[in-house]
Design a protein around this ligand. Structure first.
Ligand code: SF4
Ligand code: SF4
Length: 82
């Protein structure tokens, strides 16, 4: 059995750049990025060095765009922004 590591996953396509997650992140690990998603919103990015996986941002995101996943799962999805 391989040891899995958890990471914060932000689904950029769901992000509407509302900034709520940034407000609730005590670690200041989140910020609005410079890239736009398909809907034209500048989506949030995470600094994994600062993120403690506290889950605050995941709970408050109205668009269910944030989750905490195993790294293996991220690799399967080919997801970016971890
Ligand atoms: S709360 Fe969700 S929709 Fe709002 S900025 Fe954060 S990730 Fe984007
Ligand atoms: S999980 Fe917690 S520490 Fe990490 S980005 Fe979200 S609110 Fe910030």
């Amino acid at each position: 059995m391989s040891a899995q590591k958890k990471k914060l996953l932000i689904e950029q396509a769901r992000c509407k750049s509302c900034g709520l997650c940034i407000t609730f992140c005590r670690q200041h690990a989140l910020s609005i990025g410079t890239e736009l998603n398909q809907q034209g919103y500048a989506y949030v990015v995470v600094n994994p060095e600062e993120c403690t996986l506290c889950n605050n941002c995941r709970v408050v995101c109205p668009d269910v765009g944030i989750s905490v996943v195993e790294v293996d799962e991220i690799m399967e999805q080919g997801e970016i922004n971890v």
